[in-house]
Design a protein around this ligand. Structure first.
Ligand SMILES: Cc1cc2nc3c(=O)[nH]c(=O)nc-3n(C[C@H](O)[C@H](O)[C@H](O)COP(=O)(O)OP(=O)(O)OC[C@H]3O[C@@H](n4cnc5c(N)ncnc54)[C@H](O)[C@@H]3O)c2cc1C
Length: 241
């Protein structure tokens, strides 16, 4: 694994309590959509006993873009406090890229991406790159959030569906009653029924799952109950967000 120095270019809010951080792309940094990096922050002063300076993030930017972007919910942890306090041009270390949650090469075989919350990040990277290349591969994204306000990159994904004919998006909200925004799309958790209905016209897809650990586990069970072979399910566990 390689180590790179990079500078923070800026950050922006992409959903309620959720920020994207933009970094310069170091020379020679190459990655595949869906891969992740370890972000290593400068040590805070004074050093805190519970502060781990390193955290893994999927890259939300796509390889064709000239910057590296990560996105995360800004929960109150020492790491996130330091991340949020970084000034523009602060120097960080990036280690990677790594991870095998990357789109399979057989374009005739569809991909079904199942995302919970900010776990959507690796899929945004895949979809940006696939749309850019107009990849002739059917891709379905099932994307669950509590409320529309929590759904990072939803507007971009909706637009992407318009200009990339192989891509279909199903966004669902699980706590829409707590939302101040109107929502006339799908509601309720992604469960066996939703997966069966949504995937009925996709022949032998490869499934990719990213989200809270409980959701990843429950989706693996749902897919297994639907008779999907383990070889056709890809996910990675990111704990501690
Ligand atoms: C491959 C991968 C990449 C990731 N990349 C990142 C990253 O780049 N940045 C980052 O911050 N985090 C990342 N994560 C971590 C991740 O998604 C966190 O666990 C997430 O932050 C959880 O909080 P949330 O607020 O987004 O989800 P929540 O709002 O808690 O949940 C999102 C949705 O999932 C649904 N859900 C929850 N549990 C279940 C269940 N058992 N069955 C069905 N639906 C359920 C909820 O109802 C909700 O609609 C990644 C995880 C994986 C596996």
């Amino acid at each position: 694994m390689s180590t790179y120095e990079s500078r923070l270019k800026g950050c922006e809010q992409v959903a309620d309590g959720t920020f994207a951080f933009h970094f310069e792309k170091p020379a020679g940094f190459h990655f595949k959509p869906g891969q992740a990096v370890d972000l290593v922050l400068p040590d805070p002063a004074p050093a805190s006993a519970h502060y781990a300076a390193r955290h893994t993030f999927s890259l939300v930017s796509a390889p064709f873009q000239d910057e590296l972007v990560i996105a995360t919910r800004m929960r109150d942890s020492p790491f996130k406090r330091v991340l949020k306090s970084l000034s523009v041009a602060a120097i960080v270390r990036l280690e990677g890229p790594f991870g095998s949650l990357t789109l399979h090469g057989d374009r005739a075989r569809p991909a079904v991406l199942i995302a919970g919350g900010i776990g959507v990040t690796p899929f945004v990277s895949m979809l940006r790159q696939a749309a850019r290349e107009q990849l002739p591969q059917r891709i379905l994204l099932l994307y669950a959030n509590r409320r529309p306000e929590d759904a990072a990159f939803l507007a971009e994904l909706t637009q992407l569906e318009q200009r990339y004919k192989y891509f279909h998006l199903i966004a669902t909200m699980t706590q829409v009653v707590k939302s101040a925004s109107p929502w006339d799309g799908s509601t309720g958790q992604i469960d066996e029924n939703m997966v069966r209905r949504a995937c009925s016209e996709y022949a032998a897809p490869v499934y990719y799952v990213a989200g809270p650990p409980g959701m990843v586990e429950s989706m693996r069970n749902v897919l297994s109950d639907l008779g999907v072979n383990d070889d056709a399910i890809r996910s990675e566990e990111f704990f501690g967000y």
